[in-house]
Design a protein around this ligand. Structure first.
Ligand code: FES
Length: 108
């Protein structure tokens, strides 16, 4: 069991190694509580992993996470399982705070 921390508000929840971060977030009613396809296609669960190891279990739609974004640890939470404690940040919050300004398009 790993600890997932949301940078904004320092809210934390637990996630098993065999469940996606989105599934754990929803199960414990943490974070943004928005969900869509659960299959890497709609982009609603996009966040950036600030620190921590993870494993991608499904392909992520390139319409929502480009190769450049993925290289910056932008992920769809329905597609990743933790391999250690993780800290997450909303992509839009990073842009707003000037910490993520490398030309990546904003997902509205
Ligand atoms: S819920 Fe649709 S991409 Fe994650």
């Amino acid at each position: 069991m790993f600890v997932i921390t949301l940078e904004e508000g320092r809210e934390s929840f637990l996630c098993r190694e065999d469940e996606t971060v989105l599934a754990a977030m929803l199960r414990q009613r943490r974070g943004h509580l928005r969900c869509g396809c659960f299959g890497g296609g709609c982009g609603i669960c996009v966040m950036r992993i600030i620190s921590g190891a993870y494993h991608q279990i499904k392909p992520m739609s390139r319409a929502h996470v480009s190769e450049a974004e993925q290289a910056e640890s932008v992920v769809l939470l329905c597609c990743v399982e933790p391999r250690g404690d993780i800290v997450l940040a909303r992509v839009n919050d990073l842009k707003k705070n000037g910490r993520y300004n490398d030309g990546i398009q904003q997902n509205a």
